[in-house]
Design a protein around this ligand. Structure first.
Ligand SMILES: *Cc1c(COP(=O)(O)O)cnc(C)c1O
Length: 407
C-alpha cells in the first residue's frame, strides 16, 4: 500500500468536485460580537462582520456567562480531571444537569462532550436497551443522528423529510409488538424549516413508539423559557428524549439529553460515548448553566433575533433574491451552484468584510448550494443595511437570477 498516494487521491477527489474545505481564521472580539478580525493566509488582517455563526444570541460574550466561567476556573482549575465516574463529577456538572432538566420539564438530564456525541451515543445505545428496536429517522436528520442510528445496527426506516403520511405507512407496515423510536429535528438548520412535532407525537402515541427530538437549533431561542419549539408548541411533555447543544444559542460548549430519570440512568450506565470520556471542564459547565438560566427569562433577546431575521428576509426578498423562508430565524439564500456560491462568499469577505461560509455538498444536496445567514440580536441596523446592499451589488455583478419582486 502506498499510503501517501492513497491520501493524495482522496484529497484530489474533493478538489475535483469543488468541495475541498478551507477554514477561515478569525479572531472574535469579545464585547464586540459579531465583529471579528479575519487573518488572511499571508498574515494580513481585515475587520469583518460574522454572518454565519451559530452563537445565535451573542451569549458567548454575555458578562454573566463569562463571570461564571472565570469564577469556576479560578476556584477549581482548568480541566475536570476525569470521567464522570472516576473523579470527574463536580457540583458544576450537577447544577448544569438540574438546570437542563428543569428547562425541559423532565426528571433528569445528562451532559455529553457535544450534541454530536449525545446523538451518536444515545441513539446507538437505545438498541441495547430495547432489543429489536426499529428506528424511524427523518431523511434530513443531522449527520450525528444518522451515525448513531447506523452504528447501533438493527432495523431502520428513513421517512421522507417531514412527511407524516410516509412515516405512518412505515409504522403501519411493521410488527405492532416491535419496539419503535421516531427520531427527528425541531428545526432543520440548512433550510430553517420546522419538524411537524404534534403530528409525529400523535403517530408515536398511536403506534406506541418513543419520540426523540434534536432541538439543537431551537434551544435558547423558541418557547417562553427557551426550551425549544416543542415547548413553544405545547408538545414538550410528549417527547421522550430531547437532545440539544450548549454550544449554539447558549454560546458555550457541550451537549445533552433530557428525559425520564430511568431513561437517563440507563443511558448513563450503558453509553460508551458517555462513560469512557473526560467530563466537561467545570468552567465550561458553569458558563453553560449560567447561559441556560439567563435565557429562561431573556425574552427580549429572542424577540430581537426574530425581528432582525424578519427584517433581513423582507429586505432580501424585496430585491428579488431567492430566500428560503419557513418562518424561522435562519436566512438561507439559494445559489444552486458550488462555484458561484464560493465566489460570492469570497467577494463578500474580501470586498465587503462580510463573512458567510458557502454551504455546499454534502452538507446540502448538489444543486441547492446556498449562503446561510444567521442574524442575531447583536447585528445592528447598520450591519444589516451593509449586508443587503452588498448582496444587491454582487447579484447584479454576477448577473444572477432574481425572482419577480413582490410586495
Ligand atoms: C450542530 C448540530 C449538532 C451538534 O452539536 P454540537 O454540540 O456542535 O456537537 C447536532 N444536531 C444538529 C442538528 C446540529 O446542527
Amino acid at each position: 500500500m502506498n499510503y501517501e498516494a492513497a491520501l493524495d487521491a482522496s484529497l484530489q477527489r474533493l478538489h475535483d468536485e469543488g468541495r475541498y474545505r478551507t477554514f477561515i481564521d478569525i479572531v472574535r472580539k469579545q464585547g464586540h460580537f459579531p465583529q471579528a478580525i479575519w487573518r488572511r493566509p499571508d498574515g494580513t488582517e481585515r475587520d469583518i462582520t460574522v454572518w454565519c455563526g451559530n452563537d445565535y444570541l451573542g451569549m458567548g460574550q454575555h458578562p454573566e456567562v463569562l463571570a461564571a466561567m472565570h469564577e469556576a476556573l479560578d476556584a477549581t482549575g482548568a480541566g475536570s480531571g476525569g470521567t464522570r465516574n472516576i473523579s470527574g463529577t463536580t457540583i458544576y456538572h450537577k447544577q448544569l444537569e438540574a438546570e437542563l432538566a428543569d428547562l425541559h420539564g423532565k426528571e433528569a438530564a445528562l451532559v455529553f462532550s457535544s450534541a454530536y456525541i449525545a446523538n451518536d451515543a444515545t441513539l446507538s445505545t437505545l438498541r441495547l436497551l430495547f432489543p429489536g428496536l426499529i428506528i424511524y429517522s427523518d431523511a434530513l436528520n443531522h449527520a450525528s443522528m444518522i451515525e448513531g442510528v447506523r452504528r447501533g445496527g438493527g432495523a431502520k426506516r428513513i421517512f421522507r423529510h417531514n412527511d407524516v403520511a410516509h412515516l405512518r405507512e412505515l409504522l403501519a407496515a411493521d410488527d405492532p409488538a416491535a419496539p419503535k423510536l421516531i427520531a427527528f429535528e425541531s428545526i432543520y438548520s440548512m433550510d430553517g424549516d420546522f419538524g411537524p412535532i404534534k403530528d409525529i407525537c400523535d403517530l408515536a402515541e398511536e403506534f406506541n413508539a418513543l419520540t426523540y427530538i434534536d432541538e439543537v437549533h431551537a434551544v435558547g431561542m423558541y418557547g417562553p423559557r427557551g426550551a425549544g419549539v416543542a415547548e413553544r408548541d405545547g408538545q414538550m411533555h410528549r417527547i421522550d428524549i430531547i437532545n440539544a447543544t450548549l454550544a449554539k444559542a447558549y454560546g458555550v460548549f457541550g451537549g445533552y439529553i433530557a428525559a425520564s430519570a430511568k431513561m437517563v440512568d440507563a443511558i448513563r450506565s450503558y453509553a460508551p460515548g458517555f462513560i469512557f470520556t473526560t467530563s466537561l471542564p467545570p468552567a465550561v459547565a458553569a458558563g453553560a448553566a449560567a447561559s441556560v438560566r439567563i435565557l429562561k427569562t431573556a425574552q427580549h433577546l429572542r424577540d430581537a433575533q426574530q425581528t432582525h431575521a424578519r427584517i433581513l428576509k423582507m429586505r432580501l426578498k424585496g430585491l428579488g433574491l431567492p430566500i428560503i423562508d419557513h418562518g424561522s430565524h435562519i436566512v438561507p439564500v439559494h445559489v444552486g451552484d458550488p462555484v458561484h456560491c464560493k465566489m460570492l462568499s469570497d467577494m463578500l469577505l474580501e470586498n465587503y468584510g462580510i463573512y458567510v461560509q458557502p454551504i455546499n455538498f454534502p452538507t446540502v444536496p448538489r444543486g441547492t448550494e446556498r449562503l446561510r445567514f444567521t442574524p442575531s440580536p447583536v447585528h445592528d441596523a447598520r450591519q444589516i443595511d451593509h449586508l443587503v446592499k452588498a448582496m444587491d451589488a454582487l447579484w447584479r455583478h454576477c448577473a444572477l437570477n432574481r425572482a419577480e419582486v413582490s410586495a
